[in-house]
Design a protein. Sequence first.
Length: 137
Amino acid sequence: MYQQKTKETDNSVIEFIENVESPKKKADAYLLLDLFTETTGYPAKMWGPSIIGFGSYHYKYASGHEGDAPLVGFSPRKAQISLYFATGDTEREALLEKFGKHTAGKACVYIKKVDDVDTEVLRALIRQSVKFLQELY
């Protein structure tokens, strides 16, 4: 049976951020921590070894696969900062057009630094993702 890899842990978010090597990425991680916390109203929790998540939801697919995931989150990775938003949200694309310098995958949006993006659009992306997932699940 499938075992979900990314689960909420009791690891310290601050300790994780303090171990980020790049001083700029560490500063951006603290900025994102404040921004996501203020925007969602949820405390930050570690999900797996490297994702800082906010809130959670339980999903169940038609295939029977189910699990828990953060509503939104981010990870200050070595190459880029990964921002985690809902998949399948049709309103995300319109917001991303106004977001700034980024690349996007199915669930992740990647940025080099917070200075490259519009933080008000980031707040809108966070709010939209939370709303979309809470209505869906």
